[in-house]
Design a protein around this ligand. Structure first.
Ligand code: BG6
Length: 547
């Protein structure tokens, strides 16, 4: 924990011992397939040949995240030699043009770290463009032919990962067409898998309907519903923290934990996505997906193994235990003009493609309870918002106060709280705050922190956060992906609130200035329980008394 390097280990020195692996299940047999025994990077084992087919080849997601992630996988030699990428989009274009555009975007972005000439030319020569309408049968018969050309030894084209990097209205139609064209059929030596981006539905009913539709074509183990938060190292580390250490789990319950705060604060506004955001809002955009994934990781019961279904079953169970959230336990906000990090920001209502009287929330704070033996009575406070004063995603677990104070002048409630803070991003790491005696003749108590920062221990890896997710699909490890029941449980937990808010639009928008900490009503929500939100930006900044 000590940033000065306990045991004489210098920062970035490799950790001793064998890397732990996800997807490892002691009970797994050879018949359980590659998923159960897959070693994580570096795997030392060549991946099976595969073709990645991207629907939405001309989109932002492809150039900003998917292709750079592939570049990083090439760099660490995690793609098979016979790997190909087929990009499909509505627009006319040629393979040459697509390659040229991607070369410019990838090289022009800061995300190209580690993608040198050799890496890029390895990848780009395996990329092919195909114009096609996502709803036309002809697109899919031409795709079938192209897939067979890519993996000639395999009838029908071998292993294929279909990536739906498209607007959610296309998810159903594309999967229907894959089914009709026979492209979703697996054989003994050819798997077919589909990655589906967010948003998966816009409420409980639509998520359920989408699941029912795609499950007519695909089996659950072919479906990889992405939540990109699970691609973050620090999010994956939550399970390691809890289940690879003996010291936390005995304290991880209502007897010792006072409450938990989960924050995902952003400084950005809607970044030109007004049209999407107007229909979505902060609750749908962040809560049933990203924030609930953090909640599930921090609060789930221990799985019996790290097998994908064992982990996902426990996460789903947790989400199913969320007590229905009422409007009285939630606050919504919308930012007005202000300044963020020294830059002027206009009203949300003046953003491109946003209605002048928009009722869409850009901030949400919630208090929720988890109805099970471990968490009964422990409040979880969640908040997320745009155009706030600091960018920070963190989980703070606050422990109960000492039962009795021995220090005459310091009553129990004045003792600094013990808080375990998991900094998801930025400044990735973890800290524990506790009380210490200030040096001097008098007994004076002060709050101090032990801090672990990733950068002090591990060399940074060039990453856009999609590398692990794509790699896991290629090896068939679904641990980090959402199962049908997980998505439905999450929507179910917020459905009452969505309905209540739709019935009664907020009358006080905008109700927080850009660059602030959110609406005052959010402070009142937590203050009525005698608690307060942590300052945005985290308390570790206060180390050595420096505010
Ligand atoms: C996306 C949301 O899913 O997550 C965005 O649609 C949000 O509105 C983003 O900004 C946050 O992700 P990250 O990784 O930048 O914290």
């Amino acid at each position: 924990m000590d940033r000065d390097g306990t045991q004489g280990r210098t920062p970035s020195q490799p950790r001793p011992g064998k890397p732990l692996t996800r997807g490892s299940d002691p009970a797994a047999t050879a018949g359980a397939g590659e998923r159960a025994t897959a070693a994580k990077r570096p795997s030392g084992r060549p991946l099976a040949p595969a073709t990645l087919t991207i629907f939405g080849a001309g989109g932002d997601l492809t150039s900003r995240l998917i292709v750079p992630a592939l570049g990083h996988l090439v760099r660490v030699k995690e793609l098979p030699d016979s790997f190909a990428v087929i990009g499909i989009d509505h627009n006319d274009g040629t393979t040459e043009q697509w390659r040229r555009t991607l070369t410019e975007t990838v090289q022009g972005s800061r995300r190209d770290e580690g993608i040198d000439e050799d890496v890029w030319s390895w990848l780009v020569q395996r990329m092919h463009y195909m114009r096609g309408d996502f709803t036309e049968p002809d697109t899919f018969s031409r795709l079938g032919k192209l897939l067979s050309d890519q993996q000639p030894g395999q009838s029908g084209g071998g292993n294929v990962l279909f990536y739906l990097a498209v607007g959610d209205r296309f998810f159903g139609p594309i999967i229907d067409q894959l089914g009709r064209a026979g492209l979703a059929c697996q054989s003994e030596n050819a798997w077919r898998r589909v990655i589906i981006e967010k948003p998966f539905g816009h409420d409980f009913a639509s998520a359920k309907a989408l699941n029912a539709r795609i499950l007519k074509v695909l089996s659950e183990d072919q479906i990889y519903r992405i939540d990109h938060f699970l691609g973050k190292e620090t999010v994956q580390n939550i399970l390691v923290l809890r289940f690879a250490n003996g010291i936390f789990e005995p304290l991880w319950n209502r007897d010792h934990i006072d409450h938990v705060q989960i924050t995902a604060a952003e400084t950005v506004g809607v970044e030109g996505r007004g049209r999407f955001y107007e229909q979505t809002g902060a609750l749908r955009d962040m809560v049933p997906n990203h924030l609930f994934q953090l909640l599930a990781m921090i609060a789930m019961e221990p799985p019996i193994s790290f097998n994908a279904d064992a982990v996902r079953a426990k996460k789903t169970e947790l989400l199913q235990a969320i007590h229905p959230i009422g409007a009285g336990d939630a606050v919504r906000g919308q930012y007005g003009a202000g300044s963020v990090l020294g830059k002027k920001v206009q009203d949300y209502r003046r953003e491109l493609n946003v209605a002048a009287n928009s009722a869409t929330e850009t901030y949400v704070a919630l208090k929720l309870g988890v109805d099970n033996w471990r968490w009964a009575g422990v409040p979880f406070y969640l908040r997320t918002g745009k155009a706030l004063s600091a960018r920070t995603t963190e989980i703070a677990v606050q422990f109960r106060q000492a039962p009795y104070s021995l220090f005459r002048d310091t009553p129990v409630e004045k003792l600094p709280a013990n808080v375990l803070t998991l900094r998801i991003q930025p400044d990735e790491g973890l800290s524990v705050s506790f009380s210490a005696k200030r040096p001097g003749a008098e007994i004076e108590i002060d709050g101090v922190e032990m801090d672990f920062a990733y950068r002090d221990y591990f060399a940074p890896i060039a990453s856009v956060g999609y590398e692990t997710l794509i790699y896991d699909c290629l090896i068939g490890d679904a641990t980090l992906f959402q199962r049908a029941d997980t998505v439905e449980a999450a929507w179910c937990a917020v459905q009452g609130l969505l309905d209540a808010w739709a019935r009664a639009p907020a009358g006080d928008f905008p109700n927080y200035p850009a660059g602030g900490a959110g609406p005052e009503a959010a402070d009142r929500l937590i203050a009525r329980d005698g608690r307060a939100w942590r300052p945005l930006g985290g308390s570790h900044r206060h180390r050595n008394g420096n505010a």
